[in-house]
Design a protein around this ligand. Structure first.
Ligand SMILES: Nc1ncnc2c1ncn2[C@@H]1O[C@H](COP(=O)(O)OP(=O)(O)OP(=O)(O)O)[C@@H](O)[C@H]1O
Ligand SMILES: [Mg+2]
Length: 1039
């Protein structure tokens, strides 16, 4: 089993398929050593650690992880691993899926920023020449190339990238350690919008090593820009600046005796820087001012002092002074004065005193450093203005700061640089431990803290209030009297003597005394011991520029200089902060910034001091591994659990090793993983189950699991092959089967359709023939048609029979069914009538019976009959209260069944009299008030006469045998049809009702007759006419 194949096992990746694919892309070379130190079995062995680095370095595999920390070894040669294709390979791929790379860290950080919407930072550390700046450039390049960018934003992207060559030209220099050593600290924020496109940036710069402007150690150079300008600047530019194309001519450039470096092409770099300045958006005037400042520094370096006629110290190099006044835009005489004199205030009075030769040189150098230093800061401010974006954004911060460095002679600058590294180391330890601990806590895993060296004690030694090195230095700088570097050293000894990390010549014992000279103090840093020479500490900390020099520069008419030196500065009485305190405060701010972000780490290692490729100096590497705390880092990572993986991913990969989880686990993921590891025989101390992840303590546990998977693979492959073949064959068979079934089915359907068509044709043919023969006798030709006709008719009747007795509609039958249809119609009607009659209520039945009688008597006979049909007959037109009691009493058992108010006409004279006509079951009677006027037994009632008009007259014909008995009665009433019907019904229809057209004759007395004439007129009128007849005029209601 290749160790490297295990990388994906501890990855946070969720997709095992990708793992396999990616793994297969690893070449044999990629698999040299382990890609993650966490996988080192012998993880406590420094030798094993370094051997792994060495083996990989030998194969140009310069990147290795410790968990999520990237360790990078400087190859000191160009490797073909930074192409666009490489960038694409790492885009969106999980951290461990392919071989370790700076792009993997870049991409991971970028994705974390986008998905978690949390600001990120990448901390790049390592000693000088280890590759920090290169790494930060690679990261920036990665973002510039892979992040989405619009036309509008591409300018900004170019500015971001182009800020590097400019800052390197002004802030980097060749040192003994590194041909392109950063002599300033840089923290750069890259801002991204919600789409992940870079939209802005901001740079924070830290303490530039200004002393380099005036002095370089042997073998070192000044800042690149000086050489670039001299090498690359056009002739007329140099002439304008008063410069010669020869670095040897400049005092500030010759101290290190190293004007040329083989790895550096100043001429090309000049072109790059000029272009970059334009891209960033520097105005031509600004560039001119900037170059004037650079040239003026060179002229300052060549400014010499000598003794004048009167023994005074004076400037002996007039041309330099001329150029200086022109380039700095200041008054020549004032500058001359300021470079050779100082202004002091004594007892409230200002006095000018001449400077000694040494003082003048120091003042000149201080001016050169101040001018250059401030120009550098101005440059950063300008770059920030061109990258500025105000609005909401997500941020990735890149920290590329000068690495821990130890020279033969270390001064104030090294002290600051190493203090800075001390602080960053503390942050690293705290954050790596913290994040690890947080994960265990989040997953509910109990965890014992790992012991590690906490360098807080050293940080406190340097920065502690009152008793810290910086405090003492400040105090010494500011105290009255004659403080010196040596008095500072003594003060240190007094205050810090006995501190475990602080040693001086005086404080050390006989054995170690030699290692520290009398002007040095030794700090035992986390990364090693460093002797610092106190020489220059006070001056560098005060960073003093004589006030009169400052005044002159503040009056400069150069745009850039006036922005660098504010006029208020001269009048401001407040003592400026010392360099060390400024640095301390800016570091505290930096730590705050970094703490607020999610960190990723790149730890750079330098394989040799000679900047050679392919050389791996074990001792040197061991030293760096030690002070970078890499072993501790590994221990912390391993002391907990070497691997952690989401349940789902773990189960997905190893489920085939347990029958309980193969092929699929249905329950909770955690239970699945528990089942799996139980089956695999994991011992309780070997693993822990968190909330979402399994944590495995030892690599060997996972190795053996991976071994089992490897062993199981052939069987799995076989199973997969068999299943695949089976599946394929079955699929084929199913396809064929489906095809056969389909064709059979289609045949059947077609046959069925054909049969139906044939049948339809037969029927249509029979139908047509039958239609032709429809009037013939029943014969084979018309048999179908007639049957169909009969069937249709009967079905139609069946489906739509008449709905009510009143519905007289009946379909027309086909000729052959005429008779049957009539029968059916009758039957149907009778049925309906029967059903109707059954349904009828007794009340209604009585009504209907009376209406039938009325119909029999009056239908088509009397004009008012149709109007009477819808009017219901009532039981009586008089209420019982209207009957006279006396009359009722005379009736005895007979009950009045019907009563109505009538008008009776006298037979003689036709006088009209109001009467009540009361009907009992056997007689009718006329009543006036309480008097029974006439009783007519039904048995004696011969007939009733009415007219055919709409009048209400009726004559009851009663035979009178004698004169006593009253004869025919002429009555007029409303509801005539009702009254006559009731009378006729009660009299049991024995009575004949005569309907007369124009007159009714009635008996007045024996032998004597009266006549009523009827005629139609507009309205009802009753009158006696001349003939002695009663004339009734009635309107015609119906035509
Ligand atoms: N990944 C790399 N590939 C090729 N060469 C590299 C790589 N990293 C560094 N180098 C070489 O090493 C040199 C020093 O690297 P770099 O300037 O990044 O060091 P540094 O860590 O920034 O040092 P300092 O602290 O001095 O600034 C580079 O100029 C380059 O030649
Ligand atoms: Mg650097």
């Amino acid at each position: 089993l290749e160790m490297s194949s295990l990388f994906d096992l501890c990855s946070v990746s969720e997709c095992p398929v990708v793992h396999l694919v990616m793994e297969s892309t690893l070449t044999a070379r990629d698999r040299v050593g382990v890609q993650d130190f966490v996988l080192l079995e012998n993880y406590t062995s420094e030798a094993a650690f370094i051997e792994n680095l060495r083996r990989r370095f030998g194969e140009n595999l310069i990147y290795t992880y410790i968990g999520s920390v990237l360790v990078s070894v400087n190859p000191n040669k160009d490797l073909e691993i930074y192409s666009k294709a490489h960038m694409e390979r790492y885009r969106g791929v999980s951290f461990y899926e392919i071989s370790p790379h700076i792009y993997a860290v870049s991409d991971n950080t970028y994705r974390a920023m986008r998905t978690e919407r949390r600001d990120q930072c990448i901390l790049i550390s390592g000693e000088s020449g280890a590759g920090k700046t290169e790494a930060s450039k690679k990261i920036l390049q990665y973002y510039a190339t892979t992040c989405p960018v619009t036309d509008h934003l591409s300018t900004l992207r170019d500015r971001l990238v182009q800020s590097n060559p400019v800052l390197e030209a002004f802030g980097n220099a060749k040192t003994l350690r590194n041909d392109n050593s950063s002599r300033f600290g840089k923290y750069m924020d890259v801002q991204f919008d919600f789409r992940g496109a870079p939209i802005g940036g901001h740079i924070l710069n830290y303490l530039l090593e200004k002393s380099r402007v005036v002095h370089q150690n042997h073998g070192e150079r000044n800042f690149h820009i000086f050489y670039q300008l001299l090498e690359g600047g056009e002739q007329n530019l140099l002439s304008k600046l008063g410069l010669e194309r020869n670095a040897q001519k400049y005092q500030y450039l010759v101290k290190g005796c190293c004007p040329r470096v083989s790895s550096i092409n100043d001429k090309n770099d000049w072109r790059t820087v000029r272009k970059a300045l334009t891209v960033i958006g520097f105005h031509e005037d600004e560039v001119e001012d900037l170059l004037n400042i650079i040239a003026s520094v060179l002229h300052l370096g060549n400014t010499q002092f000598g003794e004048g006629k009167n023994g005074e110290n004076q400037i002996t190099t007039e041309p330099q002074l001329k150029y200086l006044s022109k380039l700095l835009g200041v008054d020549g005489a004032a500058l001359r004065e300021a470079l050779t004199h100082k202004k002091i205030t004594a007892k409230g009075e200002e006095m000018i005193s001449p400077l000694s030769f040494e003082q003048a040189v120091a003042a000149r150098d201080a001016l050169a450093k101040a001018v250059y230093g401030r120009a550098f800061t101005w440059l950063v401010v300008k770059i920030n203005q061109s990258l500025a974006f105000k609005g909401s954004s997500s941020v990735i911060g890149l920290l590329d700061i000068y690495g821990f460095e130890v020279f033969q002679h270390n001064s104030f600058e090294q002290f600051c640089i190493n203090y800075c590294n001390e602080k960053l180391h503390q942050l690293f330890i705290e954050l790596t431990l913290k994040s690890e601990q947080e994960e265990y806590e989040a997953e509910g895993i109990t965890w014992e803290p790992v012991k590690y060296f906490d360098n807080k004690i050293i940080c406190d030694l340097v920065e502690g209030k009152h008793k810290g090195l910086i405090s003492i230095l400040d105090e010494e700088c500011l105290r009255p009297g004659e403080p010196s570097d040596i008095s500072f050293l003594e003060k240190l000894e007094d205050t810090l003597g006995g501190h475990a990390h602080f040693v001086t010549h005086k404080l050390s014992n006989g054995k170690t005394r030699k290692a520290v000279s009398r002007e040095e103090f030794k700090l035992i840093h986390y990364a090693g011991e460093v002797n610092y020479s106190v020489n220059g500490f006070l001056d560098k900390n005060k960073d003093l520029l004589y006030r009169n020099l400052k005044e002159v520069i503040c009056q400069s008419n150069s745009q850039v200089l006036s922005q660098c030196f504010h006029r208020e500065e001269v009048t401001d009485q407040k003592r400026p902060e010392t360099t060390a305190t400024q640095f301390k405060n800016s570091l505290a701010k930096l730590i705050e910034i970094l703490m607020s972000k999610e960190p990723s780490y790149v730890r750079c290692i330098k394989p040799n001091d000679a900047k050679q490729s392919g050389r791996f100096d074990e001792a040197l590497v061991r030293h760096q591994v030690k002070y970078l705390g890499l072993m501790e880092n590994l221990r912390v990572r391993r002391a907990g659990f070497a691997y952690r993986r989401h349940y789902e991913t773990f189960l997905q990969r190893y489920k085939s090793l347990c029958p309980g989880t193969w092929p699929n686990w249905q329950g909770r993921l955690a239970d699945g993983v528990a089942t799996l590891v139980q089956h695999l025989g994991y011992k309780p101390e070997e693993y822990k189950l968190g909330k979402t992840k399994i944590f495995i303590r030892f690599p060997k546990t996972l190795f053996s699991t991976e071994d089992s998977l490897e062993a199981r693979r052939p069987a799995l492959v076989l199973t997969l092959q068999t299943s695949w073949r089976g599946y394929r064959e079955r699929a084929k068979y199913l396809r064929i089967r489906q095809a056969v079934i389909q064709s059979a089915w289609r045949g059947m359907i077609s046959r069925q359709k054909a049969r139906r068509r044939r049948h339809a044709v037969d029927i249509i043919r029979k139908f047509i023939k039958g239609f032709i023969y429809r009037h013939y006798e029943h014969c084979p030709e018309n048999e179908y048609f007639l049957d169909h006709q009969r069937f249709s008719f009967l079905m139609m009747l069946f489906r739509n029979p008449p709905k009510s007795v009143l519905d007289k509609s009946w379909p027309i039958p086909p000729p052959c069914l005429t008779e049957a249809s009539e029968h059916l119609c009758r039957l149907c009607m009778r049925n309906m009538m029967r059903a109707y009659c059954r349904r009828i209520q007794p009340e209604w039945k009585k009504q209907m019976e009376q209406k039938v009688v009325a119909s029999q008597i009056f239908k088509d006979q009397k004009d008012s009959y149709p109007q009477s049909v819808p009017k219901l007959f009532v039981a009586s037109r008089l209420n019982s209260e209207e009957f006279n009691l006396k009359v009722i009493q005379t009736l005895g058992n007979d009950k009045v069944k019907y009563g109505i108010a009538v008008t009776k006409y006298d037979r003689r004279g036709y006088k009209a009299r109001p009467r009540q006509l009361l009907l009992t079951s056997s007689f009718a009677m006329l009543v006036a008030e309480a008097k029974l006027k006439q009783r007519i037994d039904y048995a004696t009632l011969r007939s009733i006469s009415v007219s055919s008009l709409s009048d209400g007259f009726m004559v009851l014909h009663v035979p009178s045998e004698d004169n006593k008995q009253k004869s025919d009665v002429v009555l007029q009433c409303d509801h005539l049809i009702e009254v006559v019907t009731k009378l006729a019904t009660m009299a049991d229809k024995k009575i004949k009702v005569n309907m007369s057209q124009d007159s009714i004759t009635f008996a007045v007395a024996r032998g004597k007759e009266g006549v009523i004439d009827f005629t139609s007129g507009p309205e009802l009128k009753v009158a006696k006419c001349k003939k002695g007849h009663l004339l009734v005029t009635a309107p015609k209601l119906n035509p």
